[in-house]
Design a protein around this ligand. Structure first.
Ligand SMILES: Cc1cc2nc3c(=O)[nH]c(=O)nc-3n(C[C@H](O)[C@H](O)[C@H](O)COP(=O)(O)OP(=O)(O)OC[C@H]3O[C@@H](n4cnc5c(N)ncnc54)[C@H](O)[C@@H]3O)c2cc1C
Length: 501
């Protein structure tokens, strides 16, 4: 244990952000836009910004809008397609685009082409049952204003024109179908995170510390949080104080939430899932693909296993990846420790962990299968999407680490969740974000909700309400119910973010 130096003369920060990923970046910029006088301190354990899950190569960079992700449109038992989740996710991404557009117009984000690009989002399936599912999905989505313009085809020639790599060498006897949404996006969340922090760091009242790890917390009777901060590499710690703390530590959020001691943290556990991609090394192949193509996950596999062949735009270069291949590691962060999972187990969450484990044996089996995959099996999976793939053109890379949320459940004992979970203290003085999906794309929607929960009086004030609407013009309205507004905000974001379609 390192001794902690306290400096009572230092003023209490209004806000401490733990972790320099996309979530803290979004919250910091949002809060500063709402009240420029707020003092904010940021602590990041690594010596770089946005280097964990938010880094471009650690996630797929899909601007999740439910255009192509089939897990957001489940088939009901009566055969109809449920588009509620798709509408919600498409709407959340529109909020992100509106917020980024305002920041560009206000000069807080410099160049949108550094982090967001247009790339068609496509779903591709084969086999009669899947073709029928995609046909019904397309018809159902066209009822929503958020999916206008989605194309559908079962014509191999048309699909080959859209995605030649996917059709080249495919058995013509197997029926295929595809949908295409021209206005999909690829987002470099790492570049965006760095741009947001570059702006934030330059603001008065903002302190920014790399190589500093939050080790522990305590809230005293005065309501102020004391955080023990370790200077990594030096045998010294200090105490920092704040009125509000955001635990935006990605996979590291769960252990910190447990240490906060707030009753709302009780019963949460985490299940780490690692990932790998095949990254294309052949520029001729990369040049021939122009889409994010999402398929159907294998029966029984978890939603994040959805295979996709993805065009990316990273640091001015066009790239191509296929994956993800799931894996298992006991680390909660890519640059974490193998003891993370074991250290997160405590009396309060052991029951939910055991119950969720027992109920998700299928997932465990799936992950074991993925971990044991041979290079030949990985190539076979790639060839389902690119039949003529040559393994020599592809290199295996490790993606980011996800920590799926396990929470206690009265009926089931414990349940495994695949979404994100915001946990806030009753007094609104601390909040944490757990989970990974749909993730970075929905950062703005999540942070708008967090601000309203944790700063309820100020969020309801006429000043903040007006500022919310300046920052996100559709704030408080539902785009899925308002075709004219949906079209208008899309047109505006497209122009400001310089999106092509
Ligand atoms: C394989 C994969 C694919 C994905 N694909 C997509 C996608 O296509 N689209 C999408 O929108 N989302 C996607 N996501 C999800 C997305 O990457 C995450 O939701 C998002 O990056 C989380 O941001 P964050 O700021 O919460 O966490 P992070 O970016 O992980 O940042 C957390 C930071 O906290 C720091 N930290 C941790 N502990 C401490 C501590 N004790 N003290 C100080 N600092 C600490 C870490 O070092 C890290 O820098 C994907 C994720 C994965 C893993």
């Amino acid at each position: 244990m390192t001794p902690a130096i306290s400096n009572p003369a230092k003023p209490v920060s209004d806000v401490i952000l733990i972790g320099a990923g996309i979530m803290s970046a979004t919250l910091g910029v949002l809060l500063k836009a709402l009240d420029p006088s707020l003092t904010i301190s940021v602590f990041e354990r690594l010596d770089a910004v946005g280097a964990e899950s938010s880094d471009a190569w650690n996630n797929a960079g899909t601007g999740h809008s439910a255009f192509c992700e089939l897990n957001y449109t489940p088939e009901r038992p009566d055969g109809s397609i449920d588009i509620n989740k798709a509408d919600k996710i498409a709407e959340q991404f529109e909020l992100s685009k509106q917020f980024w557009s305002t920041l560009v117009l206000e000069g807080q984000l410099p160049d949108p082409t550094a982090f967001v690009h247009t790339i068609p989002h496509m779903s591709f399936v084969w086999g009669a049952g899947n073709v029928e599912y995609l046909r019904k999905r397309h018809a159902a989505l066209l009822y929503s204003p958020l999916f206008q313009g989605m194309e559908f085809s079962t014509d191999p020639a048309q699909i080959a024109q859209w995605i030649p790599l996917v059709m080249d060498g495919r058995d013509p006897a197997t029926p295929v179908a595809a949908t295409r949404m021209a206005i999909g996006t690829d987002v470099n969340f790492g570049a965006l995170t760095r741009a947001l922090f570059d702006y934030l760091k330059g603001q008065p009242g903002v302190e920014f510390h790399l190589g500093h790890e939050i080790e522990d917390f305590r809230q005293k009777d005065d309501g102020i949080w004391r955080l023990k901060v370790n200077y990594l590499g030096l045998d010294v710690s200090r105490i920092e104080r704040a009125r509000f703390v955001f635990i935006g530590a990605g996979g590291g959020s769960l252990p910190l939430l447990e240490k906060s001691g707030i009753p709302e943290a009780n019963g949460f556990g985490g299940f780490p899932v690692s990932g790998q991609w095949l990254k294309c090394q052949n520029p001729d192949i990369i040049a021939r693909h122009e889409a994010k193509v999402y398929g159907k996950p294998a029966v029984g596999s978890p939603p994040m296993s959805m295979p996709h062949l993805d065009t990316r735009q990273i640091n001015g270069r066009k790239e191509l990846l296929f994956g993800p291949y799931a894996g298992f590691s006991t680390k909660f962060l890519k640059q974490g420790s193998y003891t993370d999972l074991f250290k997160s187990i405590e009396l309060g969450n052991i029951r939910p962990l055991l119950y969720a484990g027992a109920r998700n044996l299928g997932l465990t089996k799936y992950l074991i299968g993925q971990v044991l995959q041979t290079p030949r099996e990985r190539t076979a999976a790639l060839r389902e999407y690119y039949p003529k793939a040559n393994p020599a053109d592809w290199q295996l890379e490790v993606a980011g680490q996800r920590v799926q949320v396990i929470k206690k459940d009265k009926k089931e004992g414990g349940v495994l969740e695949f979404g994100t979970e915001m946990v806030t203290a009753a007094d609104g003085s601390i909040a944490a974000l757990l989970g990974a999906s749909p993730g970075a794309s929905t950062a703005v929607a999540i942070m708008l909700e967090l601000v309203q929960k944790c700063f309820p009086a100020r969020a309801a004030s006429p000043e903040w309400q007006a500022r919310f609407r300046q920052l996100v013009p559709s704030f408080g309205q539902k785009l899925a119910d308002n075709p004219a507004l949906a079209a208008a905000v899309r047109k505006h974001s497209r122009a400001v973010l310089r999106l092509e379609a």
